[in-house]
Design a protein around this ligand. Structure first.
Ligand SMILES: Cc1cc2nc3c(=O)[nH]c(=O)nc-3n(C[C@H](O)[C@H](O)[C@H](O)COP(=O)(O)O)c2cc1C
Length: 185
């Protein structure tokens, strides 16, 4: 085993009791020893505005530097109106700039969508598969992961209690660890 590789897990929901956040926390705990997963929420990120690109605020720079220093990125998203939440798109827009110098460049990407509903946020994940290729490293194609029915997966402390979800996350993380290792070799 090589590594440990630093992975930034971007959380696409600001909600206190967010399932997306709980999944990110569970993934950080379930990750194999070769991955060190930093759960990263987007509460303090200001709006992207092209007018201030030449003098970017500290919060933009913090996000960009965190991504640049990572060995890979997991993007965790809920689905809002068949797409990704604005807060996540804002973070991606900030990290994608300046033009040609995206902080995602060369970083292996894993896309993890979820929903309490039956479709697992698949449309949000598909939108990320459209957004990311021009500004990132390779996106892991297999296994895909669209987590449905996540509403009953956690206890009152936010701990993952649904075994079937645990198994899926573990399998995904093993595959992502191998993918990250290959890209960082
Ligand atoms: C504005 C909005 C739009 C939503 N659109 C969808 C949707 O298109 N598909 C879906 O499965 N759930 C949709 N939902 C329900 C979310 O999946 C649910 O609120 C989920 O808990 C949000 O993720 P979070 O728990 O990480 O905050 C939507 C929720 C909101 C607030």
């Amino acid at each position: 085993m090589l590594g440990p590789y630093s992975i930034v897990a971007l959380v696409g929901s600001l909600r206190k009791e967010s399932f997306t956040l709980k999944i990110a926390n569970a993934m950080a705990k379930l990750a194999p020893a070769s991955l060190s997963v930093a759960v990263t929420t987007l509460h303090d990120l200001s709006f992207f505005n092209q007018d201030i690109e030449a003098n970017p605020p500290a919060d933009w720079l913090r996000l960009r530097e965190k991504l640049q220093h990572s060995n890979g990125v997991l993007i965790l998203t809920p689905e809002y109106n068949r797409s990704i939440p604005g807060v996540l798109k804002n973070a991606i827009d900030i990290a994608s700039r300046p033009y040609g110098k995206s902080s995602f460049l060369g970083k292996p990407i894993g896309i993890v969508s979820n929903s309490p509903g039956p479709l697992g946020g698949v449309s949000a994940a598909k939108h990320l598969q459209t957004i990311m290729p021009g500004i990132s490293g390779p996106i892991m194609g297999q296994p895909e992961i669209y987590l449905n029915g996540v509403g009953d997966a956690f206890d009152d402390q936010g701990e993952l209690t649904k075994d079937s979800l645990k198994v899926v996350l573990q399998q995904y993380l093993e595959a992502f660890a191998a993918f990250v290792e290959k890209q960082n070799r």
